[in-house]
Structure formats: C-alpha cells, structure tokens
Write a protein that binds this ligand. Sequence first.
Ligand SMILES: Cc1cc2nc3c(=O)[nH]c(=O)nc-3n(C[C@H](O)[C@H](O)[C@H](O)COP(=O)(O)OP(=O)(O)OC[C@H]3O[C@@H](n4cnc5c(N)ncnc54)[C@H](O)[C@@H]3O)c2cc1C
Ligand SMILES: *[C@@H]1O[C@H](CO)[C@@H](O)[C@H](O)[C@H]1NC(C)=O
Ligand SMILES: *[C@@H]1O[C@H](CO)[C@@H](O)[C@H](O)[C@H]1NC(C)=O
Ligand SMILES: *[C@@H]1O[C@H](CO)[C@@H](O)[C@H](O)[C@H]1NC(C)=O
Ligand SMILES: *[C@@H]1O[C@H](CO)[C@@H](O)[C@H](O)[C@H]1NC(C)=O
Ligand SMILES: *[C@@H]1O[C@H](CO)[C@@H](O)[C@H](O)[C@H]1NC(C)=O
Ligand SMILES: *[C@@H]1O[C@H](CO)[C@@H](O)[C@H](O)[C@H]1NC(C)=O
Length: 507
Amino acid sequence: MRWCLLALLLVDFHYVHARSVPRSALSDEDAEPAADPKILILGGGVAGVIAARTFYEQGITNFVIVEARDELGGRLQSQTIGAPGKELLVEYGANWVQGTQASEGGPENPIWSLVKKHGLNTTSSDWFGSMTTYDENGPADYLDTFDKSTDVYNELTVVAGARVEQQLVDLTARSGYSLIGSKPMTPADKACEYYAFDWEYAQSPLESSWIASSWGNNFTYDPDQGGFGDTNAMSIDQRGFKHFIQAEAADFLQPEQFILNATVTNIAYSSDRVEVTLKDGTVLTADYALCTFSLGVLQNDDVVFQPALPDWKQEAIQSMVMATYTKIFLQFPEDFWFDTQMGLYADPVRGRYPVWQNMNLTGFFPGSGVIFVTVTGEFSQRIEALPDKQVQKEVLEVLQAMFPNATIPEPTTFFFHRWHSDPLFRGSYSNWPPSFFSEHHQNLRATVDERLWFAGEATSQKYFGFLHGAYYEGLDVANNLAQCVQGNGCAFIANVTEVTNAYPYVI
Ligand SMILES: Cc1cc2nc3c(=O)[nH]c(=O)nc-3n(C[C@H](O)[C@H](O)[C@H](O)COP(=O)(O)OP(=O)(O)OC[C@H]3O[C@@H](n4cnc5c(N)ncnc54)[C@H](O)[C@@H]3O)c2cc1C
Ligand SMILES: *[C@@H]1O[C@H](CO)[C@@H](O)[C@H](O)[C@H]1NC(C)=O
Ligand SMILES: *[C@@H]1O[C@H](CO)[C@@H](O)[C@H](O)[C@H]1NC(C)=O
Ligand SMILES: *[C@@H]1O[C@H](CO)[C@@H](O)[C@H](O)[C@H]1NC(C)=O
Ligand SMILES: *[C@@H]1O[C@H](CO)[C@@H](O)[C@H](O)[C@H]1NC(C)=O
Ligand SMILES: *[C@@H]1O[C@H](CO)[C@@H](O)[C@H](O)[C@H]1NC(C)=O
Ligand SMILES: *[C@@H]1O[C@H](CO)[C@@H](O)[C@H](O)[C@H]1NC(C)=O
C-alpha cells in the first residue's frame, strides 16, 4: 500500500504512514500484516534480479529494483573495443560459468541453467591443458612445475578439510602451503602458485583463509563436495554475458518495478520502515529494503546508513575483504604470441602481469588479434593509480621480455577497468581473509532491525566471489523476506551480537 509510482516519489510520508498497520506488530504472528508491503531491492545485479524473480514467483509484486547504472547486470559488464572494422565485445567483468556439469547426478550451476535457457554463445575454456610458459628471458618450459602446482593446490584443500574435521583453527593459506612442504622460491614456482591460487581468489595465499579458500574451491569445482565440476564455460556472446540476466529479468519484470540511473546515497531505517534517498534528492519509502550493494560499497561508506549500522554488522563488513581482479585487453594488428589458450609469465616480482589469454583462436575470436592479461590484489590497486599510458608501457615491456625476437607492434586498443576505484563496486569480488569466523559471515547476511536485509555474492558462505553465490543469496534471502511480507511469521536472519574467542588470550 505504500507503493508510489514514480510521479509520486516525493509522497507525504505521514499520509502514507497513517494508512498502514503499525510496523512493530509485524513480528508478532498474531498481528494483522500490512496488506501489500513494499520492498525496495537496492542494486540490480544478479542477486537483485533473482530476488525480484523470487518475489514475483510468490505473487509479491510491490517491489522496485533501484539501480545506479543504466542497465541491469551489476558486475556483468562488457565493452566493445578494437580498431574500426575489427571491433569485438569483451567482458571486463564476470566471464565464466564456473562448473558446468549437467549430469552425473550432481547439481547444476544455476547460472549455467540460465545461460542455456537464454541461448548464450559460450565456449569451453581450458585452464590447464593449453598452456605456454615464459619468464623474463623469453620462452621457458616449466610445465612440469605447473602441473605439480595443481596437485599441490589439491593437497592444500585436502589438508584444510582434515583441519575442519579435527576442529583445528584456521591459518593463512600461506601457512598451509608451507606446512604441506610447498615453499616457492623461483619466479617460475611463484607464477605457478599464483595461477592456482591468486588468479582465483584475487589475493595472495598470505592474505587468504586456508579453510575458506578450500571450501570455496570444493563447493564450486568438486562434484564430490557438492560442486558443479571443473569445466568452465566462457561467454563469447556478442550481446554480452549480461544477456542471460537481462533476458531473465525481461521475462517477468514490469517497467514500474525497476528504476535505472538511480544512485542511492542514504538509507534511513527504523524498526517500522525504510527511507532511501537518491543522489537527485528523491526519497523512496518502503516497508523493507534488501541491500545487494557490493561488500566494497558497504565498506567504503559510499552509502550512508542512518542510524549507523550496529557494531556487529560493521565488524562483519570490515572483516571480509573486497579483492580486485583486473583484465587488461590489447588488440594488435598482427600476432606474435603463443597459439595455446593460456600463457604464463614468471616475472621476478610475483604477480606482475602473470596470466595471459589468447582470444585469436578457433572457438574464441579468430582473427580478432585480441589478448588479455590479468592482474589481482595489490597489483591491481597499483596499476589503477597509474595513467593508462604507463601501464601500457609496462605491459609492452613484459611482452618484449616474453618474445625477445619479436617486433612488438603498437596495440590498436589498450583497455582495462578500474574496479577498485569504481564507486559502485570498490573491487571485483569478496575474499575471505585468514582467521575465519563463521559468525562474521552470518552477521554479513543478518537482518538489521527487521527492516533491512542483505544479499549478494559476499553473503554466500559456500560460493562467495561467484555469480552463482549472488544467485543463491538473492534466492534464499528473498525467500525469507517473502515470508515476512506474506505475514507467515518472519524468518529474520539472526545476528551474533558479539563474536568472541572461546578462550581468553594467554599472555
Ligand atoms: C572482473 C571480474 C571478474 C569476475 N569473474 C567472474 C566469473 O568469471 N565467474 C563468476 O562466477 N563470477 C565472476 N565475478 C564475480 C561476479 O561478477 C559477482 O560475484 C556477481 O556479479 C555479484 O553480483 P551481486 O548481485 O552480488 O552484486 P553486483 O553485481 O555488484 O550488484 C549490485 C548492484 O548495485 C549497484 N549499486 C552499487 N551502489 C549503488 C548505489 N549507491 N545506488 C544504486 N545502485 C548501486 C551496482 O551498480 C550493481 O548493479 C567477477 C567479477 C569481476 C568484477
Ligand atoms: C540513463 O542515463 C543514460 C546516460 O545518461 C541515458 O542514456 C539513459 O537514457 C538513461 N536511462 C534511463 C532509463 O533513465
Ligand atoms: C575439499 O575436498 C577434498 C577432496 O574431496 C576433501 O578431502 C577436503 O576435506 C575438502 N576440504 C574442505 C575444507 O572441506
Ligand atoms: C590470428 O591468428 C591467425 C592464425 O590462427 C593469424 O593468421 C592472424 O594473423 C591472427 N590475427 C591477428 C590480428 O593477429
Ligand atoms: C558463437 O561464437 C563463435 C566464435 O566467435 C562464432 O563463430 C559463432 O558464429 C557464434 N554463434 C552464434 C550463434 O552467435
Ligand atoms: C632469438 O634469436 C636468437 C638468435 O637468432 C636465437 O638464438 C634464439 O633462440 C631466439 N629466441 C627465441 C625465443 O626465438
Ligand atoms: C540482533 O539479534 C538480537 C537477538 O539475538 C535481536 O534482539 C536484535 O534485535 C538484533 N539486532 C538488530 C539490530 O536487528
């Protein structure tokens, strides 16, 4: 009943309030619920769209997605690059469906289901069987080290599992590597470890939880642990990977159920309502808000909460890390590089322009002349602070080191997105730092004052960092909220008011 159309956005709150059931009665199962409570879904990425679909499927239609960008999709972002006549749409955000097993009795990745439903063009990408290796002196065959690093990584997840069973504390993944005897010393050793670890988590083993990173690997990639398999489908669809979620939204979303170009600056909440202020001064009121903004946005105060979020929520937000994963795209007029899918470069500095991907291949974009290199973590933040020209110079120097006899032409395109600086994201995806506390994670998801709900990639315990994590959180949290809205008793997501150590420190 508090729903107001766009023309009525500046509705007199007192008028609306006077007509509504006292909100404080809502948690009381005997009380009469509001006839048609309004929900604001803040953010139109995968979590926001799937939450909206979940409401729709339950017959709840009084919701509005509020999105700052001019399209839905969130971190599914693409751009057309390239010289005139050789344009190519590339994904500088998410690009893979991670885990695509369909049969064998295991679960199917819900992103894969949507990709198939909406007919996206994908290609299977081979991360381990199509690799050429380099160091600062050019081609250098260290494929044996590369193959071994995969086994070492698997052992890391197995030993982490044993720690969980014995209830041993978490350690850094670096400690884990050392304890299983893996102590990379040479640039090649480090590059191989980087490929297995940092290229996935966007942070180093030292910065990552041993247990959570192992769980993260298992739940997505290991069918024995309920995962979706280790094959990865890369979108090469020229409508953009985002097409799968935009097409899904188009199947149910009505024009009055989403607002684009609408940046939230303030979220005021109490135990009976939520009031959201946009950059242009518009005020939206609702009974509930479901916030799906990235962890980075929450960490960085890009949106102000009034009152300030409770201590337990702030501690949870600041306990998780928003990591950065940066793809740097180049197009060349002719090729001089490897003909495998992947290239690995071992710089003396770990993480310096290490992972290269060749798009000029059958099954990808033959004739495109496009390759890209990925950097992560602190190195991503470093290059974001540099002008494009300087980054381009470094990248070309690395290519010259990899191909000492080649005359490297000027690239016709050089492009990367600064995810860490982007005020709508402040990074690429979340990563779990060492000293893992499940309670912090629970608090990241927990409802505040019964009115303010949270969902997104980062709130997923099993799939943080992934599209399917955002999907499942949109689904699960919206299902809980739908119960409240329908007056079936509220399944609030509980908080742990203080996360304490089992034993006091011994000094
Ligand atoms: C470079 C990169 C590569 C990735 N690769 C993969 C991959 O290959 N496979 C995979 O599974 N996952 C990948 N991911 C992760 C995946 O993209 C995310 O997990 C997922 O898209 C997160 O969805 P979400 O709905 O939780 O959040 P978002 O997509 O961040 O949605 C939140 C929305 O809120 C909006 N918003 C933010 N602030 C405001 C504001 N103040 N007012 C209004 N709106 C606001 C944003 O614009 C955004 O649309 C990658 C991510 C990046 C960045
Ligand atoms: C959003 O803004 C863009 C760029 O300013 C504009 O082209 C587009 O029409 C706007 N879209 C909506 C739905 O307001
Ligand atoms: C990960 O999977 C492996 C192999 O299936 C298993 O042995 C290990 O216990 C799992 N690790 C965790 C942290 O669950
Ligand atoms: C792409 O690869 C083909 C061979 O597979 C080669 O003939 C062509 O020159 C390459 N294109 C560019 C632009 O590098
Ligand atoms: C899918 O992409 C491939 C490789 O670029 C292309 O050859 C093919 O035509 C595309 N298929 C469709 C249906 O768009
Ligand atoms: C580069 O050229 C030199 C001299 O011809 C040759 O010895 C060397 O093997 C070449 N290196 C590569 C990587 O092709
Ligand atoms: C946190 O949980 C407690 C019960 O455990 C509850 O009373 C309190 O309202 C919750 N805090 C908020 C801000 O929702």
